[in-house]
Ligand binder design. Sequence first.
Ligand code: ADP
Ligand code: MG
Length: 307
Amino acid sequence: MKNIGKEISDELASHHWNENYRQLIKEAFNDPDVQSLITTHRDELTNEDLKRSASKVYEFFTIKNQLKRGEATLAPGYEPKLNVVNHTLEVVYIPSQQLMAEQKIAQLHARVKLLNLPKSLRQASLADFEVAGREAAASAAADFVQQYLADPKKFHQGLYLSGSFGVGKTYLLAAIANKLAAENIISMLIHFPSFAVKLKNSIGTSQNTPLIETVKKVPILMLDDIGADQLSSWIRDDILGVILQYRMQEQLATFFSSNFSQQQLLQEYLTVNNRGEAEPLKAQRIMERIRYLSRETIMIGKNRRNQ
Ligand code: ADP
Ligand code: MG
């Protein structure tokens, strides 16, 4: 193959350019990527065209080598590519494999909104879920994912995971959400007791309205640890009741996790409010919505915390 670098550097020698610069340009034109591009497009490029493109070739060569040496560049995550456009060489920057992988992960994370729950749940996966002792929950989760993805517009009952502390209820909810995220489905996982506190702290302001609207409308809602706090009538009827009513009407998939079974949740959480008043009818109405939206699955097993 004819050495284009030499040809160009001979041409450049006739210019009154700095010797150093000339040397750098020569090296740049000798780069194998540059050589092969010019060879492919030789009939579109006169020597004059190549001379005009010298700074682009130099830019390409410099950035390419900075990346090779692991140095920081002006556009982190992007790799230079030399193209022929309209009889000149142009440098375009394309996302590197690593940047694309990072962007993909960021997109996945954006599809699973975690409210007051640890970031480590982003690593939860159905594939890593240890099934032993929790076969019913594992297969209910797999069935949900499969049926939901087959027809996301249809109503699908979510799961109501009940079981004692540490059996992996929150983990399984996150694993379902992460799996759905890979298929472009948006979920929200909310630690319900913290959500209730947050709302109470800004009671009477309009600050919570956008959050409540999001919670009502998100395609997949997961209310984690329901029953772990003391419920006020306001949270029960005006927040939880309104959210669940909307999701029933709009046929949106909704999950729960609780240390209580559904029966216990009704009697020990929903019925008596934080002032000690029994409101069985109101409790019953909420429970009907929970039962409509979700199917109870009991999880048993050892406490996996701090292992
Ligand atoms: P729960 O919500 O039922 O109280 P968690 O989901 O918080 O329980 O799980 C307790 C701990 O055990 C967490 O640290 C979690 O990451 C881990 N864990 C739970 N289930 C699994 C599993 N199937 N495989 C691996 N680790 C798990
Ligand atoms: Mg939990």
